[in-house]
Design a protein around this ligand. Structure first.
Ligand code: SF4
Ligand code: SF4
Length: 389
């Protein structure tokens, strides 16, 4: 930092933001024993917390941007330090003072795409509903059973559009009266908030809330655990409360109510990956497994780290937008764990996990060894053989 006055200001800001949460830390180091970074490099959340306590953090380094907000350290910490919130506050200061290491620079492009088009993928707002072309999908109207909110990646990314389309095929097959809001909605804002951009998060969130209220939305179905988390746990900060359902919960409900009938066998060995924002952050472990267990012929096996101990894919906390060198990717380790179970398919329920796993599948040359699927893609196959995808 060139200017001494600025430096003093930053130290004060760190102390102020860190507050009591940082001070509760007694440096036991348990966070470092569970953090997935320590499988690939040397990284210490304990050190970040200690330095922040004294206002001595170097906010210009890569370290404060590494955290994927997987939640493992928060789950393990005996002193309720809330490491994710703490690291977010450091990112907030770095954002405010525009101090970014090179690896974080792509986020500037992401920010401008989110601000102008409402999505992080540099796609046009008007094409937000193009994924639904040729399918029986209506615009949401008041009185409909549920609003389907696919999120940004299933709306625009060619691989993830298949998930949105599979979801629609399932909803239509179950006779659910649903609609979408296409270009009227934005990114949920979860990941950009984790990069410390509170202002942009508020803009995206209030835009969505206005669209939901204007259309009389009460219940929202989401594909992404990140949308689930932020709609359910963070939008109430704006004094609103919508009923939020993740697709794994909804499939469980539709099957149990007899609205969705499984008609075909799926004779494969599969393993299920718990996305951090569905499992650790929201406690949804059983519904996806119960849904998969209802499929005749399907053999469900568990990986070395599953449920509360699930290994993060590496995509949370805004890391999905940052370049991670090949030998530092958690998704490579996860694929290895999946292959070690003897499973033919790795099934999950999060667009970020699928993106990272598909990348690793290519770079690790696992194309003939393992398939990556969203849970909706499995269920679509067993409810009918001829739906359009
Ligand atoms: S686990 Fe909690 S108390 Fe222990 S070092 Fe980490 S942040 Fe501090
Ligand atoms: S939230 Fe996860 S990635 Fe971040 S420091 Fe904790 S254990 Fe490591």
């Amino acid at each position: 930092m060139e200017n001494v006055a600025d430096y003093k200001e930053i130290i004060d800001a760190i102390k102020e933001e860190g507050g009591d949460a940082f001070k509760r830390c007694y440096q036991c180091g348990l966070c470092d024993t569970v953090c997935p970074w320590n499988n690939v490099i040397k990284f210490s959340m304990r050190k970040i917390v200690r330095e922040a306590t004294f206002g001595m953090s170097d906010i210009g380094t890569e370290d404060i941007w590494r955290c994927t907000s997987c939640g493992k350290c928060v789950q393990r910490c005996p002193r309720d330090v809330q490491q994710i919130t703490s690291v977010m506050s450091l990112r907030k200061i770095a954002t405010e003072y525009k101090v970014f290491p090179t690896s974080v620079r792509p986020i500037r492009t992401i920010r401008s795409s989110l601000a102008s088009e409402g999505n992080p993928l540099n796609e046009k707002r008007e094409s937000r509903a193009d994924w639904a072309e040729g399918l029986d999908v209506k615009t949401f109207e008041e009185g409909m059973e549920i609003l389907y909110f696919p999120g940004c990646y299933p709306s625009y990314d060619p691989r993830l559009k298949k998930v949105a389309r599979a979801t629609v095929n399932i909803l239509n097959r179950a006779g659910v009266e649903f609609g979408i809001l296409g270009p009227e909605v934005n990114c949920c804002g979860e990941s950009i908030r984790k990069t410390g951009d509170e202002e942009l998060f508020k803009r995206l969130a209030t835009g969505n809330i206005k669209a939901f209220i204007d259309h009389g939305v009460k219940k929202i179905l989401v594909s992404s655990p990140h949308c689930y988390h932020t709609f359910k746990n963070e939008y109430p900060e704006f004094m609103v409360n919508f009923e939020i359902v993740h697709i794994t919960q909804y499939l469980f409900e539709l099957i149990n109510e007899g609205r969705l009938k499984i008609k075909k066998e799926f004779a494969k060995k599969i393993t299920y990956h718990d996305p951090c924002y569905l499992g650790r952050h929201n406690g949804i472990y059983d519904e996806p497994r119960e849904v998969l267990k209802k499929v005749p012929g399907l053999e469900l096996v568990e990986m070395a780290e599953s449920r509360e101990d699930s290994l993060c894919c590496g995509g949370g906390g805004g890391r999905i937008w940052m370049e991670t060198p090949k030998n530092e990717r958690f998704s490579d380790l996860r694929l290895k764990q999946a292959v070690d179970t003897g499973a033919e398919e790795l099934v999950t329920a999060c667009p970020y996990c699928i993106t990272n796993f598909e990348d690793s599948r290519l770079t690790m040359e696992y194309e003939d060894v393992l398939k990556i699927k969203d849970i909706t893609e499995v269920i679509q196959e067993v409810i009918s053989g001829n739906e359009e995808t």
